[in-house]
Design a protein around this ligand. Structure first.
Ligand code: FE
Ligand code: ZN
Length: 516
């Protein structure tokens, strides 16, 4: 046997594309002793037709080993900064303690949604027949559970010092404003796999994520909250992947069969409106809760809704997709929704696990400038009226319970798109019961699937049926500590403690002079 020194390797190192195929699609196999129908029983009942699963292209070609490497690196950076934040009393660097209301809302309403998305993607990954799709869903399921974890860890630091963070998981299930995002995710998770992908992958990630994450994360940066900024950065590259996946899903469905178009359009209509209603919480946060504002809700909508969303639907027009049916109603609501919702939150603030307050004169000037057609005309007089009541005595509270929308679960506090003086209320009679809705969009969603939505668990009805209208018992049950988590920011322990602690860190006062 002669040895040759110049022998070329018989097997080249795999190229990126081949390596991706080997690490993803080649992991699948053809079933032999079960039929595809037995293995994937949920693929057909929604009416979606897929002819060729291999046509699914993952735009990132991310293999599992690379995925773990990237994510581990991000985790290391994230926890280093969160630790530094904790050790250096980073919580005292925020603009002022009113900012914490935005964080409490985020932790109660949004982080559990990340966890729900994780469960949903894990299930969807099991239910799809294509290996490319399965791998993409598996990665997104892992991303989402990581988002829930990093958010909870980042915010746990605030829980050591401030009220309203301690029972976020229970609050999420039982608190009236948190059942808005809860019901959004419950609705998606109980839908078929294709509808789930469209609901979360497309409507939530692609159409709405920018309107949700950008305001919260830039809000955190503007207000000195290092630990929240850090989880935002850590999630950002995942979000880019999720948005691309969402768009890929919709194109895949539309390219597979023309019969898919009307089904997909129906889901776009439904999930746009459901997502838009969840954004009611975000609009109030942006316009009212951030001591240092990033931009108004109207400005965010112009950029991320009108411009980006508009371009997206123009792009999808070649497949026959049109803008969501609720688009014009959404546009007509933008200049009203944050004010209407925040006024409601304020007069129901005995039942919120965060503090609210009347905007200061300077903040009202900002709101007038950002909403020249609506704020001074409709909302400033209401705030000023509430302020004059507060100046003379206790704050005005509305102890009447809200009528909730059977679909989005928001209280019916919004007005008709073309008439800001009339509440937007719709009603459908179904099997001898009357159901209420906040809008045409929600009524249409109900009317398409009444059997689904009559089963919805409604927090206000639970107060009467399970707790006989006993508000203190309801607070215990929901995880709300009265006179601690709720009510006006002014006079709260959060306000007192923050100014005392910040005073200690920036002046020479001592504990005795300035007791917390
Ligand atoms: Fe996420
Ligand atoms: Zn509704």
């Amino acid at each position: 046997m002669t040895l040759t020194t110049d022998k070329t390797a018989s097997k080249k190192k795999l190229g990126l594309k081949e390596r991706y195929a080997a690490m993803t699609r080649d992991l699948g196999w053809e079933p032999t002793y079960r039929t595809p129908e037995e293995l994937f029983p949920y693929l057909t009942y929604e009416g979606i037709k897929i002819h060729d699963w291999s046509a699914w292209e993952d735009p990132f070609r991310l293999t599992m080993d690379a995925y773990w490497k990237y994510q581990a690196e991000k985790e290391r950076k994230f926890y280093a900064i969160v630790d530094a934040h904790a050790q250096n009393n980073g919580h005292l660097n925020i603009t002022d303690a009113r900012y914490l209301s935005a964080l409490k809302l985020f932790l109660q309403a949004i982080s559990p949604g990340e966890y729900a998305a994780h469960r949903g993607f894990a299930r969807a990954g099991r239910e799809f027949a294509g290996v490319g799709t399965q791998v993409a869903c598996q990665m997104q399921a892992l991303d989402e559970v990581r988002h829930a974890q990093t958010q909870i860890h980042a915010l746990s630091n605030y829980n050591k010092f401030y009220d309203g963070f301690h029972a976020f998981a229970r609050l999420r299930d039982r608190m009236w404003y948190n059942t808005v995002p809860r019901s959004f995710f419950d609705d998606a998770m109980t839908a078929g796999p294709f509808e789930f992908m469209l609901a979360i992958g497309f409507s939530f990630e692609y159409v709405l994520t920018n309107l949700l994450f950008v305001p919260f994360m830039s809000g955190a940066a503007y207000n000195g909250d290092m630990s929240t900024v850090t989880f935002g950065f850590s999630a950002q590259s995942d979000e880019a992947r999720h948005m691309t996946l969402g768009l890929e899903v919709i194109k895949f469905l539309l390219e597979q069969d023309p019969d898919n178009l009307p089904i997909v359009q129906g889901w776009i209509d439904k999930w746009f409106w459901r997502g838009f209603r969840v954004l009611g919480l975000v609009s109030a946060m942006m316009d009212y809760m951030l001591p240092k504002r990033v931009m108004s809700w109207r400005e965010a909508w112009n950029i991320y809704g009108q411009e980006n969303g508009g371009a997206l639907f123009r792009d999808l027009a070649r497949y026959g997709i049109r803008k969501p049916s609720g688009w014009d109603d959404a546009e007509a609501s933008i200049d009203h929704m944050s004010h209407q919702f925040m006024l409601a939150l304020h007069h129901w603030n005995f039942g919120t696990a965060f503090h609210t307050w009347i905007p200061s004169e300077e903040e009202m000037t900002w709101l007038s400038a950002k909403y020249p057609d609506t704020f001074d005309r409709y909302y400033r007089p209401r705030w000023e009226h509430m302020r004059s009541i507060e100046e003379q005595g206790p704050q005005f509270h509305n102890f009447g319970l809200a009528k909730l929308c059977q679909v989005c679960q928001l209280p019916c506090v919004f007005t008709e798109p073309d008439d800001p003086s009339t509440l937007w209320q719709r009603e459908t009679a179904y099997q001898g019961e009357r159901y209420h809705f906040c809008s045409d969009g929600c009524q249409q969603i109900f009317d398409n699937e009444p059997e689904k939505y009559i089963q919805a668990w409604m927090p206000m009805q639970a107060l009467f049926s399970e707790l006989e209208g006993n508000v203190p018992a309801w607070m215990d049950w929901a995880g709300l500590i009265n006179e601690q988590d709720n009510l006006n920011f002014h006079g709260s322990a959060d306000e007192r403690n923050f100014s005392a602690w910040r005073g200690l860190s920036t002046t020479n006062t001592t504990n005795q002079e300035n007791p917390a």
